[in-house]
Structure formats: structure tokens, C-alpha cells
Design a protein around this ligand. Structure first.
Ligand SMILES: [Zn+2]
Length: 204
């Protein structure tokens, strides 16, 4: 399931189409396509302006495994059973709801964020470090990308890295789940830091 059909979520969905074993790809987004989305989200057309993003995206990719959901993902959201959740949102309350559900279903989720020239990606598993371990109890509601701006160099790189991390987890070929990836579009750098190895004390 991909939460968010914007500049990160849409390329993620397109990448997931090439995972042949996926029966469903849920795409949840409560927003409608706006003209200001088009420069960084070119898969939407002028004719899509005003339409529900998740529906417009499902139609654009033309694969009936992609199922749009057009309600907000918050604590009232009714989740379908899924095997992996991608966070392609730009806000902390939605991330907290994603994490809560991932722990409830005992599945991993992929944190993906991009603001201005910087991106972050990590696969977080039940029992391992959680958002709170990484960013503290109440992460500052920093500038969201529609306020701060973000460059597509970073959103596309974040989507690509999230897919790479997910593929590595799927194939069990790499143990990348203990890393936080950091991307810097100005420096053209991707690097990673090790997540805290301790068990999460916050109930993940
Ligand atoms: Zn924790």
C-alpha cells in the first residue's frame, strides 16, 4: 500500500507495477490534482486538475491491480490487510497512523520524506526502531513540501531509494533494514547512518 499519490508516491506506484507477484497496490490520497502539482508530477495531465489524485493515478498507470482510496489516512482510517506500507505523505500525523497500523499488522513500513533538497528513507520493522526512536516523541511539524518547496531531483531519488530498500527486504538479499538513508540533492550525495540497534521502548 502506498499512502500519498504525489511526487514520491506516484513514481513508487509505477515502480511497484514491476513486482509481478503483487495482487493489489492500494493507493490512498485524499487530495485532488492541482495545477501547481504538474511541474513535479508530470504523470498528471491538465485534464486531471480537480480530479481525485488516487483515481487519476490509477487510471494513468492502466493496471487493474492499482486500487485507489480517496479518504484521509488518519487514526479513523479502515486499513485493508497489506504486506508492506510505503509512506509517501508529507506529514507526521499520517506517518504516525501508518506506523501504528504497521505494528498492528506486524509488517514493516517504509518512511520516505523529501523537503527542499533533502530526502530520508528507512525501512522500519516491528520491534526495531520506530519514528519516536529516530525523531523524538513529538517531531516538530516542520515545513511541509507545499510550503517549503521540494525539487524533483530529490523526490524521484527518494522514490527510487524506497523501492530499492523494499526490493532488498523482499528478496532478503540485503539487510538494509537497519539504515536511515539520507539524500542531498545539492551535493548529489546518498549516504546512510545506522539506526539505533536497541529494541524500541515505545511499543513497536
Ligand atoms: Zn521506538
Amino acid at each position: 500500500m502506498v499512502v500519498g499519490a504525489g511526487a514520491i508516491g506516484s513514481p513508487l506506484v509505477r515502480g511497484l507495477l514491476w513486482w509481478p507477484h503483487l495482487e493489489r497496490i492500494w493507493v490512498a490520497d485524499n487530495d485532488r490534482v492541482e495545477r501547481s502539482n504538474l511541474p513535479r508530477q508530470p504523470w498528471y495531465r491538465v485534464a486531471d486538475i480537480g480530479r481525485e489524485k488516487s483515481r487519476a493515478l490509477a487510471e494513468a498507470v492502466g493496471d487493474d491491480r492499482v486500487r485507489p482510496i480517496t479518504v484521509a489516512v488518519d487514526h479513523d482510517f479502515t486499513w485493508p490487510p497489506v504486506s508492506l506500507i510505503f509512506d509517501a505523505t508529507d506529514n507526521w500525523p499520517a506517518r504516525a497512523a501508518i506506523q501504528r497500523e504497521a505494528w498492528r499488522q506486524q509488517i514493516p513500513w517504509i518512511f520516505a520524506s523529501a523537503v527542499r533538497w533533502e530526502g530520508q528513507v528507512a525501512l522500519l520493522r516491528p520491534g526495531g526502531p520506530c519514528l519516536e526512536c529516530l525523531f523524538g516523541a513529538h517531531p516538530t511539524e516542520g515545513l511541509r513540501c507545499f510550503e517549503a518547496g521540494v525539487v524533483s531531483t530529490v523526490t524521484l531519488a527518494v522514490a527510487g531509494q524506497a523501492l530499492a530498500v523494499a526490493e532488498a527486504w523482499e528478496s532478503r538479499g540485503h539487510q538494509w533494514e537497519d539504515r536511515l538513508y539520507l539524500l542531498d540533492g545539492r551535493e548529489g550525495r546518498v549516504w546512510w547512518v545506522r539506526l539505533p540497534p536497541k529494541e524500541c521502548p515505545h511499543g513497536s
